[in-house]
Design a binder for this molecule. Structure first.
Ligand code: MYR
Length: 184
């Protein structure tokens, strides 16, 4: 007997899953190719970060258009928006915002589930590889487009034996946006 046709929702769920797997495998192939081409793990880390940055500078427009998010009142709200809406929109998971510093300018985004690393195991020769640098680059690039200069670094990485993925996001400078018209 032929299989029953899938309902619309089930079909979209399976298309989403296939897309996510394709994305994960494609990312793995890119990292592998960079390792072959650049040879030095440090160079691959830099390249992944730069690629992420370039993606982030463009992704932010799509995010703002689709999410209807308007200007956040402070960096804490921005971090929540990234963790709950940004990650959900582009990765299908959410992150936890934690470990704020006293000034409210530095926090951690913790991911328990990271679709980028499904099927990945790092060989011993790649121990210094920051496999998820694309993601930190995306955050840095996206935030720069909304006037926030940040540093984003990985402090925990399950591929290196840690119990979660944790990136540290530090606000370096907030460039005030100039209102383009003069009030008379
Ligand atoms: C504001 O203007 O203060 C709001 C800015 C929100 C920026 C959010 C950027 C989200 C970027 C998506 C991250 C995707 C991670 C995979």
């Amino acid at each position: 007997m032929p299989p029953a046709p899938k309902s619309g929702d089930a079909l979209f769920a399976s298309v989403d899953r296939v897309n996510a797997e394709l994305f994960t495998l494609t990312y793995g192939a890119i990292v592998r190719q960079l390792l072959t081409d650049l040879e030095e793990v440090e160079e691959v880390n830099k390249q992944l970060d730069q690629m992420g940055y370039n993606i982030g500078t463009r992704l932010v427009d799509e995010f703002l258009a689709k999410s209807n998010v308007s200007r956040c009142v402070d960096f804490k709200e921005t971090a929540d928006v990234i963790a709950k809406l940004g990650f959900k929109m582009f990765l299908g998971v959410t992150a936890t915002v934690t470990n704020w510093d006293a000034e409210g300018t530095s926090c951690s985004l913790v991911l328990e589930d990271n679709p980028l690393v499904d099927f990945v195991e790092l060989p011993d020769t790649c121990q210094g590889l920051q496999y998820c640098n694309l993601l930190s680059g995306v955050i840095r690039g996206a935030l720069e487009m909304v006037s926030m200069k940040t540093e984003v670094t990985w402090v925990r990485d399950m591929l290196r034996g840690d119990d979660a993925y944790e990136m540290r996001v530090k606000l370096i400078k907030q460039v005030p946006e100039e209102y383009p018209y003069k009030d008379d």
